[in-house]
Design a protein around this ligand. Structure first.
Ligand SMILES: NC(=O)c1ccc[n+]([C@@H]2O[C@H](COP(=O)([O-])OP(=O)(O)OC[C@H]3O[C@@H](n4cnc5c(N)ncnc54)[C@H](O)[C@@H]3O)[C@@H](O)[C@H]2O)c1
Length: 327
């Protein structure tokens, strides 16, 4: 039987790029993209797309059996800042959605593998802030972090109790140019690049010396596929793996952008997201991921800045040309 992958939350920042990368690798018709939102042209042009709600277990089960799905990437969630604005909805989507996916895999033996993304939001004020260890105090202070850590525990439980092959990574803040970020505390680190290519000053919602762990999208995709392809016996934990690439502050990122765009201006007006950032680690120890399945990132801060600015400038140029043709 051919492997068929369902991506849930395919319209999001990570979903868009994971879907495209998988379709490139395994063929467009082997990847079923799904999301609560209406499809984007990029996703429907290239393969099957279903609009569905992950909290509806029956609809999800129907889709899985109709398409004979063997692998699920369950990416749908409300992120940290959106979750603090609507904690009830964050609990519903993040917890009911995850349980629905895990129960499907438990009952339906055609499902071979599940991917569940976790986050550095699983850590809290009693976690060591520098080089946060893989196994540490997990006392998240946001609804998002609470649902992610509970999700991790459920994944480990479903693996031990029901043999579900579910794998997970604690992503740091993900930086990318193709799709905007979806309401997280690390979104500033994407907004800066957009403002820089538009020659606009940027007002950052975090203090200039707030360090957070981050990663460029190509590294996030590489890590995800590396984990999903790792032999089962190399995985020493079924909680999510700590994962990181770079740690920087808004001030350091601005200095990196200025190397390529010297006129870039930044100022700082911290809002409610500062408290969330303050409860998270400054940097992460991902040595277990490195030891178990060979994790190693490719991009440092300057390499990422160069690539982001280059791609966003090309995109802007392309959009300007389209506008000129259409006017
Ligand atoms: N982007 C990051 O920096 C980051 C960091 C750590 C972890 N993660 C995790 O990675 C996953 C993907 O994150 P993202 O940045 O792409 O998020 P995003 O907000 O950009 O995308 C989430 C997608 O889920 C969809 N969705 C929401 N509710 C749904 C529902 N009920 N049913 C079906 N779809 C629904 C949304 O429409 C959206 O397209 C999330 O689980 C997130 O917690 C992301």
């Amino acid at each position: 039987m051919k492997d068929i992958t369902m991506i849930i939350g395919a319209n999001g920042q990570l979903g868009t790029e994971i879907s495209a990368a998988l379709r490139e690798l395994t063929g467009a018709d082997t990847v079923i993209c799904t999301d609560l939102a209406a499809p984007t042209a990029a996703l429907t042009e290239k393969g099957p797309y279903l609009q569905l709600d992950v909290t509806n277990a029956n609809i999800l089960a129907e889709a899985v059996s109709k398409y004979k799905v063997t692998h699920i990437y369950h990416l749908a969630a409300l992120l940290s800042a959106s979750g603090e604005k609507n904690p009830d909805l964050a609990w519903k989507v993040n917890m009911e959605g995850t349980l629905n996916v895990l129960n499907l895999a438990r009952e339906n033996k055609q499902i071979k593998q599940i991917y569940f993304p976790s986050s550095i939001a699983v850590f809290g004020p009693n976690t060591p802030i520098e080089n946060t260890p893989q196994f540490s105090a997990n006392d998240p202070t946001t609804m998002y972090g609470i649902t992610k850590y509970t999700g991790e525990l459920l994944c480990a439980y479903y693996n031990a109790k029901f043999g579900v092959d579910v794998r997970s990574l604690r992503y740091p803040g993900i930086i990318s140019w193709k799709t905007p970020p979806g309401g997280g505390t690390t979104d500033y680190a994407v907004d800066t690049y957009h403002h820089a290519v538009n020659n606009e000053p940027y007002t950052c919602f975090l203090k200039k010396d707030t360090f957070l762990p981050m990663m460029y999208m190509p590294d996030a995709i590489k890590a995800t596929f590396q984990l999903m392809n790792a032999p089962e016996d190399t995985l020493s934990t079924r909680l999510a793996y700590n994962l990181t690439a770079i740690s920087f502050s808004p001030e350091e990122q601005a200095a990196s952008i200025k190397k390529y765009m010297p006129d870039f201006q930044i100022s700082y007006e911290p809002d409610f997201r500062q408290a969330i950032a303050d409860s998270w680690p400054n940097s992460i120890d991902d040595s277990l991921a490195r030891a178990d399945w060979g994790w190693k990132p490719d991009f440092d801060l300057d390499a990422m800045s160069r690539d982001m600015l280059d791609n966003l400038s090309k995109l802007k140029h392309h959009e300007n040309n389209l506008e000129a043709v259409n006017s």
